[in-house]
Design a protein around this ligand. Sequence first.
Ligand code: G3I
Length: 332
Amino acid sequence: FLKVKANKLANPFFIGMAIKASQLTNGSPYDIILENEFSSISAEYEMKMDQISTTSGVYNWTVADKIVAYGNANGINVHGHALVWHNSVPQWLKDFSGTDAEFKAEVKKYITDVVTHYAGKVKSWDVVNEAVDDNGTTMRNTIFLQRMGAGYVKDCFQWARDAAKAAGDNSLLLFYNDYATSTNIPKQNKVFSIVDDLKAGNLIDGLGFQMHNNYLNPTKAQIQTDLNKAVAKGLKVHVSELDIQVNQSNDISTFTNERRLAQKAKYKEMVQLYNALPAANKYALTVWGMRDNESWIPYSTELNHPGNDWPLLYDSNFAVKSAHTGFLEGLD
Ligand code: G3I
């Protein structure tokens, strides 16, 4: 089992899985796999602002509480994903007609209330997700940038830090999370400039590398360079949303053996690279979903993924794939 092997490492780290609350019923196939194989969970979407915040100062905690309670009851680490993200802004905040100062106060209140509500129960948060534009040179032109200005990332981290401290939670880890920094070097540089700014204020503890990869890219060298920069900055590294596409070019209609083996090798490589990190920089390696047929990838609009894919560790029957074997071998 993945976490059993990981926990025996000289420098262990969490083996994470993205989940949905409906999967957490006691004795479900998900529950059995999670309890045997995983030591951390991230909510795939149910701990985002558009799911928790119904309107200003009004929250629906039910589903997120179920996820957090499951982790806490089963000794499984809970990573909070994500406080601020442009793709999970609730409609009321999109339509907000107040001033920019009032908008900023709403975001501060949301972050403060959520971090306070989960203090001591959620061990880490993606405070801001995907704030850098894919052009790699500018901040993404989100509602947060437009209404709060360029300092919004730092503000969000400050508010999260202050709320944790006020709640007596001095161990909460604050992460910045983004994607494609291993292959998009301008974006990698822009992310690390944000990191430097946050580190100056002691506001960041770790970096989330989503790693929505494929069987060809990023290369081992590209990943190594990216992760090493985080190590050099003294940051914890969270591989936060790992999946490995094998049909990103839509050139196969069935999962061929050649692609199975290529995917197995890439999972093994990613786990080996993560496992080689210094102990101080290890946190978690999280896979973005349980079964191939549940992956976000084949249905994703922003990815423009052309067809089917088989990116995860388990097949539609919850059976382990060769990718899972590769993951295990990476823990040797
Ligand atoms: O399950 C409900 C269904 O009951 C309901 O009828 C339906 C219509 O509202 O929604 C269904 O939930 C959807 C959920 O995916 C199903 O898994 C949500 O609407 C939909 O928003 C959600 O999409 C998630 C997306 O983030 C937006 O939150 C994806 O699962 C999730 O994989 C994706 O993950 C993101 C990371 O957070 C950030 N990095 C990129 C990654 C992929 O986009």
